[in-house]
Design a binder for this molecule. Sequence first.
Ligand code: LMR
Length: 396
Amino acid sequence: MLESLEKMAADPILGLTAAYNQDQNPNKVDLGAGVYKDENGNTPVFAAIKNAETVWQQEETTKAYIAQSGFADFNSSMIKHIFGESHAAVKNERLKSVMAPGGSGSLRVGAEMLNRANEGAALWVSTPTWGNHIPLLGSTGLQIQEYPYYDSDTHGLLFDAMMESLKNAGRGDIVLLHGCCHNPTGVDLSKTQWDAVADLAQQNGFLPFVDTAYHGLGEGLEEDSYGIRKMADSVDEMLIAYSCSKNFGLYRERTGAIIVLGKNTEAAEASSSHITNIARQMYSLPPAYGAALVKIILQDAKLYQNWKLELDEMRERINGLRVTFADALNERGAGTDFSFIKNQYGMFSFLGISKEQIQRLRDEYSIYLVGSSRINVAGISQKNIAYLSDAIVSVL
Ligand code: LMR
């Protein structure tokens, strides 16, 4: 039977990591998958996570199954962490969180639930969006529609075109938004633009589905929460897929949450009961370990402060690299003005170079980036910046 299956091509993002790891060139540079790296190219374990691991070793008394929605204190802490204690949706108990395997698992079970609620509903995604959004969400049965987002001429947002397009999204439709640090463009909505999208969601009745995988890596934890909080002020129903992979450095632990905002407590509970039922059919229960560490950090003021300082340092390093890198390219007379990289947020930006140029960077210089020309800014360091900038300018 299985001979009918042909070997598939490597994943366009994760496959790059595998190829990079096999590359013997000592000068190789990994700008592929969205994984934070320090100045030495390592992806460190947060010190706060190491401390939480020590605490958990003492606290954990059993490996018996956890509840279907995960740890109750993870879920309640996560809601407060994202919304703050005083948000009306928190006070009115309209939010329900379910632990899920990372951001991708959260997106998937959320989308499956939406497809149960309205089979074959339109799911609007930005053009472009994360390379795995369409396969991951479209394979649930939801029908993908696209709205304009990135302007490759100005390297900014096509906001008017986006709004014009979203006027066609109505009740029963879902609109996927990136909470912050848009993947792959690094172009985020301003506060006033969030306000306008929230107004439109309220008027048209579409359901916002906010993917939040880089919370705290854009402008800061509070600033990066603006869109989610504003949206929750404006609409009756929404979903948030939250990943702890990047901002807690828990990539391999598959830690995340799918959070439902309902019209009221009963509605949120009903939707989340479908999520746990769907998870039961797919993988039964979420992984516990990473979530145990996150809940320890979120519940301990000192650990939380330490974690936040580590996150601040990562964000500042990325934002600093954006400036240094754009300047390095511009100083070399790249022909294109790369200053736009300085104005974007999170790990990613598009270089805006061709497929052939991307291939040359890989073949001639062992520099790995996604085929869309997306780079992971965190993969740049003081050690590789001259090599990288020279190589890019040479292929332009
Ligand atoms: C990325 O976009 O590189 C990350 O979200 C990793 C992944 O799973 O694709």
